[in-house]
Design a binder for this molecule. Structure first.
Ligand SMILES: O=C(O)COP(=O)(O)O
Ligand SMILES: [Mg+2]
Length: 218
């Protein structure tokens, strides 16, 4: 039995279409935009402060507007889940891992309110006893503190982190935790340039990959 922690956006759920829609609603009110899906994806990974900063830079809204635009973004973000789906095979992989007795957690840079809302909407909230968001601690990924705090809250045992991005790879490396890279998420860097223990491109392969990773590490 081990503790498995997951990243959220680009790993368990394909949330970029909703995030793009929030961005474009906020930008429309400013007479700016729209941004493309690829642009929205490029803003993701480091939390909403960075997302809004990059979104503003893209359309030419000055830094002095950061707090106001971030607030507008947060107001809409909590209700933005209609276009979001778990990646194929996620539910069944999570069921298998839970049945095998593993503890399951989430460590995301998404703020807790939209995080809780989308998990509830997708009925994934019951699967994860521990969830840490980008505003749960003073530090955010790639600082190792949120990831280590998520594992500490889950309990003892072997640890594995599953994520999709540069931020996740760096977080796992700094925390000294084996990292499984989901290659179909929002990564911008070539797989070979990211530190990882193993990769997978389909969640149906994850339970066996986790079993192999645990066996190799023990
Ligand atoms: O909100 C973000 O920027 C990214 O969220 P994630 O950490 O779940 O990928
Ligand atoms: Mg991610």
């Amino acid at each position: 039995m081990a503790q498995i922690v997951f990243d959220l956006d680009g790993t368990l759920i394909d949330s970029a279409p909703d995030i793009r829609q929030v961005a474009n609603t906020v930008l429309e009110a400013e007479g700016k935009g729209p941004v493309s899906l690829a642009q929205a994806i490029s803003f993701l990974g480091s939390g909403t402060h960075v997302l809004v900063q990059q979104m503003r830079d893209t359309v030419g809204i000055p830094d002095s507007e950061q707090d106001r635009i971030l607030k507008a973004f947060h107001t809409l973000y909590e209700g933005a889940f209609d276009l979001t789906e778990p990646y194929s095979g996620v539910r069944s992989a999570l069921d298998t891992l839970a049945t095998q007795g593993h503890g399951l957690g989430i460590c995301t840079n998404k703020p807790m309110r939209p995080c809780r809302a989308v998990l509830k909407h997708l009925k994934l909230d019951v699967v994860f006893p521990v969830v840490l968001g980008g505003d749960s601690l003073p530090e955010r990924k790639p600082h190792p503190a949120p990831l280590l705090a998520t594992f500490d809250a889950l309990g003892t045992g072997q640890r594995i982190y599953v994520g999709d991005s540069e931020v996740d790879a760096e977080t796992a490396e700094r925390a000294g935790i084996p990292f499984l890279l989901f290659t179909q998420g929002y990564r911008k860097t070539a797989v070979e340039d990211l530190p990882h223990t193993a990769t997978f491109d389909d969640f149906s392969a994850l339970p066996d990959l986790i079993a192999d990773t645990l066996a190799a590490a023990s």
